[in-house]
Design a protein around this ligand. Structure first.
Ligand SMILES: Cc1cc2nc3c(=O)[nH]c(=O)nc-3n(C[C@H](O)[C@H](O)[C@H](O)COP(=O)(O)OP(=O)(O)OC[C@H]3O[C@@H](n4cnc5c(N)ncnc54)[C@H](O)[C@@H]3O)c2cc1C
Length: 375
């Protein structure tokens, strides 16, 4: 039996492609149900990774029905509120809500594939494969085990000593519902798609979401021993007291609690030695900062490549895993490098200079730039 741990995005896409190819599998997922946890955040679907994987699975058209029109617009603002760069969305990197993407894939699966409320506590080797120990003390056996269990994968510790390393930056997530009526300043600052305002060691990153909702991350330099602690609104504001008044208004009020999301990454280019009958996909394999915009895209590319390899080598799982891992490592390392480089650039001593140069180099269409940049 093939056992996949984790029903984020990677696990369900892998299971969907395996089932479609006639290979049975089960997903063990800690969450008790699909809708229990807000999966928040907009994600861009990139052509060579996420889009290609969804096309291989035959789900891309379904996903396209749910993209946010114009959501791939991009703007860079100064700490004084000035617009430094602006580009309208053109649909080349469609934006979709992460929860919607996950739901579409999960709803395409037969109902009994995911065992909700099944948190894995530990995994051990056994002459026949693996013994999986569950949080409720029950025990399962698996012939082939695939860790799609995200940043803090429990399978990873069986394969390698590599652990995620804290970047020094924590995102504080703020949410704004009914933005047009309740948060007009936030709505104006964020604009139609993705907004960055960056300075040394700090930033504000905002995203328009469907249903008139906004998601904003206030990025702070925090020590690791303090990066998960609850932050008061006053403490958050004190980090931005030299920023323009509109940003103070943005941060002073939002819906719900402030959620800290520390940014961790696995070391670049270091994976795990080939291990019989076990492998990792998605964040479990190569957690990286969101600054390459590729995490979910690579997770789906892994799922697609692993499913293709297993279906091609049904009688030899280890040949399939070796083929998948070689392809995954070759594809992933450049994105890990890019994500680390972009993170440094975003918060470097002369920020936002590096991002401005980067965005301008990407923009081949001068019509898309604001007047101030067309000189
Ligand atoms: C702030 C932020 C912004 C981002 N922006 C982007 C972006 O713009 N573009 C992009 O491509 N990516 C982005 N990402 C990255 C993206 O969200 C992840 O790369 C992607 O969700 C990884 O998917 P996954 O399926 O590998 O893991 P996850 O989505 O983390 O899923 C892991 C699943 O495993 C389950 N699980 C964990 N442990 C256990 C256990 N012991 N037993 C059973 N189940 C378990 C969890 O409950 C979860 O459902 C962003 C990430 C962050 C933090």
């Amino acid at each position: 039996m093939i056992t996949i741990i984790g029903a984020g995005v990677a696990g369900p896409l892998l299971a969907y492609m395996l089932q479609k190819g006639g290979v049975e599998c089960t997903i063990l997922e800690a969450d008790p149900s699909l809708h229990i946890r807000h999966q928040g955040g907009m994600l861009n679907l990139n052509e060579n990774t996420g889009q290609a994987a969804l096309q291989a699975a035959g789900l891309y058209q379904k996903v396209l029905d749910h993209v946010l029109p114009g959501g791939d617009a991009l703007r860079l603002l100064g700490r004084d509120g000035a617009v430094l760069f602006e580009k309208k969305g053109n649909g080349s990197r469609p934006e979709i809500d992460r929860g919607t993407l996950r739901r579409i894939i999960i709803e395409a699966l037969p109902e009994n594939v995911i065992r909700w409320g099944s948190a894995v506590r530990a995994i051990e080797r056994d002459p026949k494969g693996f013994i999986i120990r569950m949080q409720d003390d029950s025990v399962m056996q698996a012939d082939l085990v695939i860790g799609a269990d995200g940043a803090w994968s429990c399978l990873r510790s069986l394969l390698t000593e590599q652990k995620p390393i804290y970047s020094g930056i924590t995102f504080i997530e703020l949410r704004y519902r009914n933005a047009t009526r309740n948060y007009p300043v936030a709505k104006r600052l964020v604009g139609d798609g993705l907004m960055f305002a960056l300075t040394k060691g700090q930033g504000i990153i905002g995203h328009r979401e469907p249903n008139d909702e906004l998601c904003v991350y206030a990025a702070l330099s925090l020590p690791e021993d303090n990066c998960r602690n609850e932050l008061s609104r006053a403490a958050l504001l004190s980090h931005f007291d030299e920023w323009a008044k509109d940003y103070q208004t943005l941060l002073a009020d939002s819906d719900g609690v402030l959620v800290p999301r520390p940014i961790y990454a696995l070391p670049t280019g270091r994976y795990w030695p080939r291990t019989p009958r076990a492998t990792l996909i998605g964040d479990a394999a190569h957690l990286m900062s969101p600054f390459a915009g590729e995490g979910v895209n690579l997770a789906m590319a892994d799922a697609s490549d692993l499913a293709t390899a297993i279906l091609a080598h049904r009688d030899n799982f280890d040949a399939a895993l070796a083929e998948y891992e070689a392809k995954m490592a070759k594809r992933t390392t450049p994105y890990q490098e890019q994500s680390a480089a972009n993170l440094s650039l975003a918060f470097s001593y002369d920020a936002p200079r590096g991002f401005l140069d980067f965005f301008e180099s990407l923009s081949s269409d001068p019509q898309s730039l604001p007047e101030a940049n067309q000189r």
